[in-house]
Each structure stands twice: as C-alpha cells, then as structure tokens.
Design a protein around this ligand. Structure first.
Ligand SMILES: Cc1cc2nc3c(=O)[nH]c(=O)nc-3n(C[C@H](O)[C@H](O)[C@H](O)COP(=O)(O)O)c2cc1C
Length: 348
C-alpha cells in the first residue's frame, strides 16, 4: 500500500508533475480558472467539454474559441471533446492539433460520461457506455488522428448507465485496447447524474483491470477523502470537480496532506477575505479578458456563490453580489465583506 500519495504521473509521452487534476467542468474549467488551480497544485487541468462536430463546422474557431483557448504556461492541459461520430472526432482533433496555439495542448480527452439529456439523446456523452462498439471506434479514430501529432488520448467514463447496467470494467478494458493512454472513472451511473454517493469500489475494479493510469473521480472533497480514495481504489490519480469550484486552495491542501505519512487530522486552514479576495479578483479579471465585462460579471456571480459559501456574512454578501453589474460594484461588495469579517473577528 503506498504511503506517499502524491507522485508524478506519466500519460503516454506526457510527464505530469503530480497526480492531482482539475476535472472538466462546463461553466468553470476555462482559461480564467484553470491557471489558478494549476498554481495551487493541480498537475493537470481539463477544458470544458467541446463538441467535436461543432469544431468541424467552425473553421476559424469563432464559436468555440472561448472553450478551447488556453495559455501555454498553464500546460499540461487536456482539451475535452464530445460527440458520437468517429469521423467528427478525427477531424476535430486534426484541426485542433494543426492550430499553432491549440496544437500545444498536452492531450485530448474524450467525454463518455456526460449525463445531460440533450447530449445522451444524440448518442453522445454517457450514451456511449451503452454503445461500446461505437465508443471503441471513436477512441481508435481519435488515437489515430492524435498519434500523428504525438499526443495521447484519454477517456472519461462513468460507472455505467444505471444500476442494472454497470459496465465500467469491460468499458475500460475496451478503451485501453482501443488505445486510450489513461482513464478517468466517475463512480456514478448516468442515472445518478451528480446525486447519491460515488462508488469508489467500481473505480478500484477498473484500476485492477487495466494497466494504463486511472484517475478516480467523484466526491473527493477533502484531504482525508483523497487519501481514502487512493487507499480504497488504488488509483494512480485523483480528479476533483465540484470541490474545486470557489476553492482552488484545495489543491494545495491535498498537495500537503498527500506528502505526509499520516496527517494528524483533516483540519484545513480557514481562509479569510484577505486570502480570498485577490484570487476572486484574479479570476474575475481573467474572465473579463475572456468574455468582456458584462458577460464576465454574470458568470462570476455563479462562481461567487462558491467562493462565499460557508463564510461569515457570506449569505448577505452573496445576495448583494448577485445584483452587481460591474467590476467596481463587485469590488465594493467584496471590500464591504472584508470590513464586516474584520469586525466579526474583533467581536468573537
Ligand atoms: C457543473 C458541472 C459541469 C460539468 N462539466 C463536465 C464536462 O464538461 N465534462 C466532463 O467530462 N464532466 C463534466 N462534469 C463532471 C465532472 O467532471 C465530475 O466528473 C463530477 O462532477 C464528479 O466529480 P466531483 O464529485 O469531484 O464533482 C461536470 C460536472 C458539473 C457539476
């Protein structure tokens, strides 16, 4: 059993500094947020899901640029594609990897776990777990396309479709045979969406069944959960989704906790507005660069819910932030939060 849980990871020809990853998160894992997670310790980040067919019909990357764009300094980064047609994946991958900037991504990840109705009705995302032959053809076509550019292809899958159709192990074996260089397993079925508990035992079964690196995913929300996932499932890497929203610091907590043999407790440092505000503003300013102020403010309101959750005066500040319409209004609300928290500390 490993005692030191943080270690470098090799995916195909890509060497990752460590085995912690930020999960693909539509609406969150963009150019504004990923570099922050990377700085706090994520060894790999993944873009939001992007339609393979959409890329094929977007020759100048006009519609998809904001999902695909990254800064070369935030590498290693995976670009995630979804779709249902092998040729769409092959074309999209070629187009992405031929591009001077996008071609510098570290790897391509294939989405075989998205549960959203619109996606699965089109035979995409988690629906591919019900059509393993098609999934294998997609992986083969993607690997062939990416191979010409020396880029590994990885696959993100779920436990199965529903409790009566749990096929993560056979699906993972098939993905490995089709050429996937690493796998991420989210321990929920499609029917669960994001509810209930993730099943870590099935993740362990996948790990035991394949020889490529396996990231465990689902409900890793603390250093102790991270250690438990590695102990129970024996996974090579940990991928965090929801717990990182509004909390990129979790990567530094995990980095510390996973490098000591037996941490005494799971106590994580309490973050004050002085810690959080500079990071929130960095996130906001990067969003403004990416999307323009108006749209960035709307998107940032959702992120502020996560940043402010569970903090003193958080509920009131969140309410006020929801009506802020500019960067300066958000700044004023946050400064007020700082003052209120200082007073709160003085009186307690
Ligand atoms: C708002 C939201 C957006 C997501 N977007 C994606 C996505 O674009 N691609 C993907 O493969 N998974 C996506 N997921 C799933 C996460 O990557 C992850 O598998 C899931 O949240 C379970 O991990 P967690 O318990 O650490 O959050 C999304 C999840 C949420 C909640």
């Amino acid at each position: 059993m490993p005692t030191l849980f943080l270690h470098p990871l090799q995916i195909g020809n890509v060497r990752l500094d460590n085995n912690l990853a930020l999960a693909p998160l539509a609406g969150t894992s963009n150019l504004a947020f990923r570099p922050i997670c990377r700085r706090f310790g994520a060894g790999l980040t993944v873009s939001e899901l992007v339609s393979a067919r959409g890329v094929c019909y977007d020759p100048e990357f006009r519609r998809n640029w904001r999902y695909l764009v990254f800064d070369p300094t935030e590498r290693p980064i995976a670009i995630q594609l979804f779709g249902s047609e092998p040729k769409d994946f092959a074309n999209a991958i070629r187009r992405i990897l031929e591009h001077p900037l996008l071609g510098q991504c570290s790897m391509i990840d294939l989405n075989m776990g998205c549960p959203v109705n619109k996606i699965v009705k089109a035979g995409e995302g988690a629906a591919l777990m019900r059509t393993p032959d098609r999934a294998a053809r997609i992986i083969e076509a993607s690997v062939k396309a990416a191979d010409g550019f020396n880029k590994p292809v990885t696959v993100k899958l779920r436990k199965g479709w529903d409790d009566s159709h749990v096929n993560a192990v056979s699906f993972a074996r098939l993905a490995e045979s089709a050429g996937a260089a690493a796998l991420t397993v989210h321990g929920r079925t499609r029917s669960q969406f994001y509810g209930g508990r993730a099943d870590w035992s099935v993740i362990g079964e996948v790990k035991a069944a394949v020889s490529v690196p396996v990231y465990g995913n689902g409900d890793i929300d603390s250093p102790s959960a991270a250690r438990q996932m590695i102990r129970e499932a024996g996974v090579d890497g940990l991928m965090l989704g929801r717990a990182a929203r509004g909390n990129p610091w979790i990567f530094s907590w995990l980095t510390n906790a996973l490098t000591v043999e037996e941490p005494k407790s799971d106590i994580v440092p309490e973050l004050t507005p002085d810690d959080k505000i500079p990071v929130i503003l960095e996130h906001l300013d990067a969003l403004i660069d990416l999307r323009g102020e108006l749209t960035a403010i709307r998107e940032m309101r959702k992120q502020l819910i996560f940043y402010l959750s569970g903090t003193p005066h958080g509920a009131e500040i969140k309410r006020r932030a929801m009506t802020a319409n500019s960067r300066s209004e958000i700044l004023a609300v946050l400064e007020d939060w700082r003052i209120k928290c200082k007073k709160h500390c003085e009186h307690s």
